[in-house]
Design a protein around this ligand. Structure first.
Ligand code: SF4
Ligand code: SF4
Ligand code: F3S
Length: 267
């Protein structure tokens, strides 16, 4: 049991690229150090923790026991289910077994990123490892999806700080996403929207319309059907987001059709 009020957080990595953690490392208000030293007790995170091997495994086991029923479990990455999950193992255990074990004592689970939320890139057809998101495996715990590839770190931080402050989870939409972040479509607040409304479109990368900042719909932008706050929150405190730098939104926060179709078109 913790001697302070910081909630214990256990962060597991499965089939992923660590882009979600990388995204979080670049947050500045609060910084990651503020977060993990002052607000939460990050008891296990394979890429941030100093310990390794048996020492790291002990930290995980100790925290699972000491904080049973109270810790927040964060999952980064999809979970392969084919052939009993042998395509992702950490410390000799499959991701499938590790997730089920860690989920048992969790108060809530945050699926960080589109991989953990819906299977992400790994689950694009033919999905050779049978990759799925957390919600396809764990059915008896509150699960908050923070999709995005990578997700905006402030959507994660806001969710954690909401939980720390109010001791409850934020309101979620039908896809398990916090409504404060995923309640509106990108298209509603896009700076290129006046061009859309006026029928001014870029038709090829580098053409006159593209260089004029026209709407990217004809280049495949999925903003009209993508629920996320990218066009408002933006990324990395530099005010940029995919559409602002000239690339159509590929709907990376959406579960199936948009993101997977966009990826499948490119492979
Ligand atoms: Fe990487 Fe994207 Fe998956 Fe995050 S959601 S682990 S950034 S592939
Ligand atoms: Fe909508 Fe995309 Fe055009 Fe922005 S660039 S106005 S999100 S279609
Ligand atoms: Fe993803 Fe589209 Fe935002 S690609 S990062 S949801 S602009």
């Amino acid at each position: 049991q913790k001697s302070d009020n910081r909630p214990a957080v256990i962060w597991l990595h499965f089939q992923e690229c660590t882009g979600c953690s990388e995204s979080l490392l670049r947050s500045t208000h609060p910084t990651v150090s503020n977060l993990i030293l002052d607000m939460i007790s990050l008891d296990y995170h394979e890429t941030l923790m100093v310990g390794s091997g048996h020492q790291a495994e002990k930290s995980l086991t100790d925290s699972l026991l000491a904080n049973k029923g109270k810790y927040i479990l964060v999952v980064e990455g999809a979970i392969p289910t084919k052939d009993n999950g042998i395509y992702c193992k950490v410390h000799g255990k499959t991701a499938l077994d590790s997730l089920k074990h860690a989920a048992e004592g969790a108060a809530a689970i945050i699926s960080m990123g589109t991989c953990a939320s819906y299977g992400g890139i790994q689950s694009v057809g033919p999905n050779p490892t049978g990759a799925v998101g957390v919600r396809d495996i764990v059915k008896d715990k509150p699960i908050i999806n923070i999709p995005g590839c990578p997700p905006n770190p402030y959507n994660f931080l806001s969710t954690v700080l909401y939980y720390v402050t109010f001791k409850k989870l934020p309101e979620l939409d039908q896809m398990g996403r916090p409504k404060f972040a995923f309640g509106r479509r990108i298209h509603e607040h896009c700076e290129r929207r006046p061009h859309f409304d006026a029928g001014r479109f870029a038709r090829a990368f580098g053409d006159e319309g593209h260089s004029q900042g026209y709407c990217l719909y004809k280049l495949g932008c999925k903003g009209p059907a993508t629920y996320a706050n990218c066009s408002v929150l933006r990324f990395n405190d530099v005010g940029a987001w995919p559409v602002s730098i000239g690339h159509p939104c590929i709907g990376c926060t959406e579960p199936d059709l948009l993101f997977k179709t966009a990826i499948a078109d490119k492979v």
